[in-house]
Each structure stands twice: as structure tokens, then as C-alpha cells.
Design a protein. Structure first.
Length: 427
């Protein structure tokens, strides 16, 4: 049975009032594990999503030896290991440290950096962000102040194509046509050589502003500042640090993440619901020559510079044979889900299984779908999408979330009718 539900007015901007929390940031990491229904969970930060072949193998070994064998991708290109055994924390830390995945124990949860995954591969960006990524990660790990950043604070390095600019980062550095970089907050152009330093400076300004308000803010959007105030504070700090800058309008243009298939300089595949099986990950490490790049869209890019077209096609075929997606028209590209049951105690349904069962209803054009096991909607995407939320009674609420519009919500009491609701909501 499908029943129309009343909708609430949009919530006010988070900048209206300062955020005050009664506890610290409990975001999981490698050293701070989270207890879930299926065991402990570790979130391994992978700046820019970049893993060497050896690091990828080390993660696979850790998942098989200490967890359930699967590797779960997050919307920031990080990796989660689930169902970890009791008391495995020290062994996990040693394994990741030996692989170079734990360069600073004090900073391991703040190394949240997304970067354009095709940067330097297909020739379509305005600059290669890889030097910025290396410099920013090193600067983060060397900064005493940066230790106080929340595990939710996000940096984005965009090579000018606009793919990661729309991911809601707290600090964005975007390449511009003249060889420099645009920084936000600050709304200024800085030199390419100062880009990483300027990004860290903006983050430190955020920390100072949060302390001055007496608020436990985790994101820039949570600061109660007048419009433009954060930009002015960043410019003042850049001036004090001797970082040259000039006010500059925000660059225009946006792009989506890499499509699956054989691309210029890379092979790209999508990971259904962001979950690698042990077999899929093992095959990925076999075909990986030097490095792989995990994407914020729950995909992976394998650089193939200099490889023959036939070899790239063979790599794609090997990966899709394991169930990874290489077809840019696949409905899996529009479907996401939280972990749901049985991994999460708060979930009301096995949303991953239900999402797979309703996959046929998601074919064709329409909004992306995100399945959530409860009203918290962990990991739900930014932008317009269809939200499918499990309810305590065993059904779902299906609603369309569009910018500037009240959501249209339908209650589905019988889970077998979700497909019909999706067909209506996504049309």
C-alpha cells in the first residue's frame, strides 16, 4: 500500500546558530574502532583515494585476517574494515603502519582529502593535483593545530574540471586556467606552489573561529558567522603568513565522477553499494601495476598510461568478471545504501539486499537512489536524490529530495511494493 505523507518545511541553514555538542567527535578511525553489531569497524583514511599496489594488498590481508574479508568504500574515498575481531586493534595498527597507511597516529582521523581521480591521466584537468595532495597530507601530519580537526572535516583538491568541487568540502582548492589555484574559504587565487599551505591555513582559521565562539563545531558550515566573514578571516591569515593572494570569483563548471569503462589513461569500474568482496579486491590488486585510485563515487580508477588498448580492455574484462561494474549505463551507478542489517543495530531492514532486489526499478533516467536503514540516513548523498528510508514497522518511506522543494514522500508498508514507489518517485 502506498500512502501520501505530509512533508515538513526545509530546515534552517546550519549557519543560523552555532553548534554546541555535549560530546567530542566519535568518528571512527584506525586507532579508534567503532563497535557495530557485526563486530568492530575501522575507517582507514586514504588521502585522495590513492593506494599503492602494496598498500592495497596490505588492506586486503587485514580484512581477511582480522575481519569479514570485505572492504567497504565511503563517499570520501576511504576504506572501512568491518566485523573485526576483539582485541585486533594493535595488529591492525601494525599492519597499516608497515604499509605506510598510518604516517601519524595523532592525525590519522583528520586525513580526509578527496581529489580529482583522473587528474594527470586524461589531460582534461587544468593542473595535476597530485603534488598538492602529497604536500597537503605532509603538512597536515606536521601541524599540531590540525590534530584538533574533526574526523568529519573535509579537504577537496579539484584539478579544474569541477568533479570534487560539489562534494561539500570544508576547504576547497581548485586549479584555474592561469596555473594558479582558487581557495575557499577565502575566495582568493593563490599560486600553485602555495596551494597546500593555503588549504591548511584555512583549516587552522576554522579551528580558531570555532574556539572563539565556544562551539564544538566539526564543519565550516556549522560556524555562526555573518556572510563573508570566514572569507575575510582567511584572507587576513594568509596576509599574516605571507601567502600571496588576490580576490577571485569562484570558477564555473562542474563534472561528475569517472564513468566506468576504458578511459583515456585509465580503466574505471564502479563498486556496487561500495562493497568489495575479498575476491574482487584480490583481483584488483592483481591487475594493479603501481597504484589505484578510489573515488568518492564508490568506484576505482586504475592508471594505464602507456598500456595498449587491448591490455586496458583485458583489465576491464577481468574486473567485471568478478561483479564490478564496467558499463556506464548500469543502474548500479545510481544506487547507494548504508550498511543496514545485520551490521547496524539501529537499522530496521537489510537495505542492501532490498536495494539489489529493486534494481530493475531504477533503470533509465532519473534521480540517484539512496537506501537507509533508519532515519539517520548515514552516508546519504548531497544534491537531488530519492531517499528510501526503512521504518520500524518493516516498511519504507520513499521521498524525493530536490533543492528548493519540499520532499514528496510516499509510505510503503509492504517492502515488496518499494519498486512501484521507486518507479513513481524517480520519473
Amino acid at each position: 500500500m502506498l500512502t501520501a505523507m505530509p512533508t515538513a518545511a526545509p530546515s534552517p541553514s546550519p549557519q543560523a546558530t552555532p553548534v554546541s555538542r555535549g560530546r567530542g567527535d566519535a568518528c571512527p578511525g584506525t586507532l579508534r574502532l567503532h563497535t557495530a553489531d557485526d563486530g568492530a569497524l575501522a575507517r582507514v583514511r586514504v588521502p585522495g583515494g590513492v593506494l599503492t599496489a602494496d598498500q592495497a594488498r596490505a588492506l586486503g590481508i587485514a580484512a581477511r585476517r582480522l575481519g569479514d574479508g570485505d572492504l567497504h568504500l565511503t563517499s570520501r574515498g576511504n576504506v572501512q574494515l568491518r566485523a573485526l575481531k576483539d582485541g585486533c586493534g594493535p595488529e591492525l595498527a601494525r599492519t597499516l603502519d608497515a604499509a605506510g597507511l598510518l604516517p601519524s597516529r595523532e592525525h590519522e582521523r583528520v586525513r580526509n582529502v578527496v581529489a580529482s581521480p583522473l587528474s594527470g591521466l586524461d589531460g582534461r584537468g587544468l593542473g595535476d593535483v597530485r603534488p598538492w595532495l602529497t604536500e597537503l597530507d605532509a603538512a597536515l601530519c606536521a601541524s599540531r593545530a590540525a590534530r584538533d580537526l574533526s574526523g568529519r572535516f573535509l579537504f577537496a583538491l579539484d584539478d579544474g574540471r569541477g568533479d570534487v568541487s560539489g562534494l561539500g568540502a570544508d576547504v576547497l582548492v581548485r586549479a584555474v586556467a592561469d596555473g594558479g589555484a582558487w581557495l575557499s574559504p577565502g575566495a582568493v587565487r593563490v599560486s600553485a606552489g602555495d596551494a597546500a599551505r593555503a588549504a591548511l591555513t584555512a583549516a587552522e582559521v576554522f579551528l580558531q573561529a570555532a574556539r572563539s565562539q565556544g562551539a564544538r563545531a566539526w564543519r565550516v558550515s556549522e560556524l555562526a558567522l555573518p556572510e563573508g566573514a570566514m572569507d575575510r578571516l582567511v584572507r587576513q591569515r594568509l596576509e599574516a603568513e605571507g601567502i600571496g593572494h588576490e580576490e577571485c570569483p569562484e570558477p564555473v563548471g562542474a563534472a561528475s565522477g569517472p564513468a566506468p569503462g576504458v578511459l583515456d589513461g585509465a580503466v574505471s569500474v564502479h563498486v556496487p553499494l561500495g562493497r568489495f568482496s575479498a575476491r574482487q579486491w584480490e583481483e584488483l590488486t592483481r591487475v594493479c601495476d603501481t597504484e589505484l585510485r578510489l573515488t568518492p563515487w564508490r568506484g576505482v580508477v586504475l592508471p594505464t598510461a602507456g598500456a595498449a588498448a587491448s591490455r586496458a580492455a583485458g583489465t576491464l574484462a577481468r574486473l567485471t568478471a568478478t561483479g564490478l561494474v564496467g558499463d556506464p549505463a548500469s543502474p548500479w551507478l545510481r544506487v547507494g545504501a548504508c550498511v543496514g542489517r545485520p551490521g547496524c543495530a539501529k537499522a530496521h531492514a537489510d537495505v542492501r539486499a532490498d536495494a539489489a532486489g529493486a534494481l530493475d526499478a531504477t533503470g533509465g533516467p532519473g534521480l540517484p537512489l539512496y537506501w537507509s536503514g533508519c532515519e539517520r540516513r548515514c552516508g546519504h548523498p548531497r544534491g537531488d536524490h530519492v531517499s528510501v528510508v526503512a521504518t520500524p514497522g518493516g516498511g519504507y518511506q520513499v521521498s524525493t529530495d530536490r533543492a528548493g522543494q519540499n520532499p514528496r514522500t510516499v509510505s510503503v508498508r509492504d517492502p515488496s511494493r518499494v519498486s512501484a514507489a521507486l518507479t513513481t518517485s524517480t520519473s
